[in-house]
Design a protein around this ligand. Structure first.
Ligand code: ADP
Ligand code: MG
Length: 330
């Protein structure tokens, strides 16, 4: 059974960055305002995510890392109405099958916190009382220690660290009221450090640099036809003075960081046609859809989504961006 669990876990947690994404989403779900990440050896030795969220109750600790344990889904109907990012109760459990997981947490009003370690879905010992500041700290150590082949394919720690930094930048662009930091273990300097702000443009400037932010266009689109298409899009896209080595597409759908290849390609096509010299743009976009129109389960890592009426949404966004780009360049 443990081999089956390990293989399944390896599907959910494919690389260090997938673990970081799950942990940060949990911190965001816990209403954190500050999330700090420390990484050692590209995440293989250590991934540590500390937040100041609402913490985990003592009585929830024993089952925290059992598969399908989630505090975010109580009845079946909730499935049709998922607001929070986590809902399958699989991420933490999976990590315990492929790494050593230690949780330190304190809930509001408590005098001390608890620390507990997990392996293969179960607690290794009773929770130990310990000093703790507000929130939760999760340590993932020796990721893929029991998956030799996977470890071998992940020998480039600089590459994995870069992926993690990139991920944190994306979260920070969307969650501007949360401060994020990320650094290598032992390093004094952080590689990302954002402060909470109320201005999206300021956030983009501090994360992606002045050259992007100087040249941003605000874009919006919406449709409200209950019989076929309901959606709301808001974003910032780079204009004619900006082009990078590759396109940056930061996409949130219903506040979840996702990828939608069809949409990305469509936007790329618009830039190539309207601004060929700026054809590697920066695009930040937040789309809100009725939750039942988003299928997030097409992939175990929940990255690539498929949408109901996807073609029409993509088409609408495409025409909007095209006219807004033309308009600001004429
Ligand atoms: P899911 O997020 O799908 O519910 P996870 O395996 O990611 O499943 O997490 C399991 C549960 O652990 C969550 O439902 C939540 O109750 C709790 N949890 C995990 N991380 C945190 C955190 N940083 N702060 C508070 N609760 C957390
Ligand atoms: Mg989760």
């Amino acid at each position: 059974e443990s081999v089956v669990n390990r293989i399944a876990a390896g599907e959910v947690i494919q690389r260090p960055v997938s673990a970081v994404k799950e942990l940060v989403e949990n911190s965001l779900d816990a209403s954190s305002t500050s999330i700090n990440i420390v990484i050692k050896d590209g995440g293989l030795k250590l991934i540590q995510v500390s937040d100041d969220g609402h913490g985990i109750r003592y009585e929830d600790l024993p089952i925290l890392c059992e598969r399908h344990t989630t505090s975010k889904l109580s009845v079946y109907e909730d499935l049709q109405n998922i607001k929070s990012m986590g809902f399958r109760g699989e991420a933490l459990a999976s990590m315990t099958y492929v790494a050593h997981v230690t949780v330190t947490t304190i809930t509001g009003g408590q005098l001390h916190g608890y620390r507990v370690s997990y392996r293969d879905g179960v607690m290794e010992h009773e929770p130990k009382a310990c000093a703790a500041v507000k929130g939760t700290q999760i340590m993932i150590e020796n990721l893929f220690y029991n998956m030799t082949a996977r470890r071998k394919t992940l020998q480039n720690s600089a590459d994995d660290y870069a992926k993690i930094v990139d991920l944190i930048c994306r979260f920070a662009v969307h969650h501007i009221n949360v401060s994020f930091s990320c650094r290598k273990h032992g390093a004094a300097r952080t590689d990302v450090h954002t402060v909470a702000t109320s201005s999206r443009i300021d956030a983009i400037k501090s994360i992606y640099g002045v050259s992007v932010s100087r040249d941003l266009i605000e874009v919006t689109a919406s449709a409200n036809d209950p019989t076929c298409l309901v959606f709301n899009m808001h974003g910032y896209i780079s204009n004619s003075n900006y082009s990078a080595k590759k396109m940056t597409m930061v996409l949130f759908i219903n506040d979840r960081l996702v990828e939608c290849t069809a949409l990305k390609r469509a936007i790329e096509v618009v830039y190539a046609a309207t601004l060929p010299k700026a054809s590697k743009p920066f695009v930040y976009m937040s789309i809100i859809l009725p939750p039942e129109h988003v299928d997030v389960n097409v992939h175990p890592t929940k990255r690539e989504v498929s949408l109901l009426n996807q073609e029409r949404i993509v088409e609408t966004v495409q025409t909007t961006i095209e006219s807004q780009l033309r308009c600001s360049n004429s």
